[in-house]
Design a protein around this ligand. Structure first.
Ligand code: 5RP
Length: 223
């Protein structure tokens, strides 16, 4: 089985009847949503909250009941992918552009399970450009402020060539290539202090479990 799918299916086994479940975004979370849909069709009773309009549509197609924050007191378990995971389980996210909703959902969750294939494991974060959600107004200046932190900051565009990428929240994404992130906590604070920044893709100390799928077909939860 594909490593991303194997990690996703192992994580979905943690879901029980009655839970409120956070649904991640991306190609790994896709497999988790598919598996949750299968279990719902077999009789699992859960309610779910999605981290993107894309994941919400997929979940609805599969018959997964979707709720909003006004209907819940918290989330039991969220399953989501990542762009990089370091040795302390600090994570970068937002490659799929959903980092803000992903962080809101993760912060409302009792447990965040990160699902990745082995290519995402890194001794240090930063090889993958860090996504930062920024408001449209003054974005040219915000990009300069981000670059002053020591990165190359690029405004994300749609691959179709249709101009700047727009998030589900109506904002832009700056992809910040740092190369190496030596202190994720300090960088997180420095980025979020810049006016115009909504949030960044560093998830520090939030992952409760990391499930990894390997090319040899095995799947392991990190300890
Ligand atoms: C979306 C994300 C994704 O979880 C992250 O980009 C990993 O994606 P994939 O599972 O497709 O490799 O943060 O905003």
């Amino acid at each position: 089985m594909e490593p991303k799918r194997a990690a996703a299916e192992k994580a979905v086994a943690y879901i029980h009847d009655g839970m409120v479940v956070g649904l991640g975004t991306g190609t790994t979370a896709y497999w988790a949503i598919q598996q949750i849909g299968k279990r719902v069709q077999e009789g699992l009773h859960i309610r779910a909250i999605a981290t993107s309009s894309h994941s919400e549509s997929l979940a609805r197609e599969l018959g997964i009941p979707i709720v909003s924050f006004s209907e819940i007191d918290g989330i039991d378990l969220t399953i989501d992918g990542a762009d990089e995971v370091d040795l302390a389980w600090n994570v970068t996210k937002g490659g799929g552009g959903a980092l803000l909703r992903e962080k809101i959902v993760a912060s409302a969750s009792k447990r965040l399970v990160i699902i990745v294939d082995e290519s995402k494991l890194a001794p240090q974060l930063g090889r993958f450009p860090l996504p930062v959600e920024i408001v449209k107004f003054g974005h040219e200046w915000t990009l300069k402020r981000l670059a002053s932190l020591g990165c190359q900051a690029t405004l994300r565009t749609f691959s179709s060539g249709d101009g700047p990428y727009i998030t589900d929240n109506g904002n832009y994404i700056a992809d910040c290539a740092f190369g190496r992130i030596t202190n994720p906590q300090i960088l997180h604070e420095q980025i979020n202090q810049i006016p115009g920044v909504v949030d960044n893709g560093l998830f520090i100390g939030m992952a409760g479990s990391v499930v990894v799928g390997y090319r040899d077909g095995s799947v392991r939860e990190l300890e």
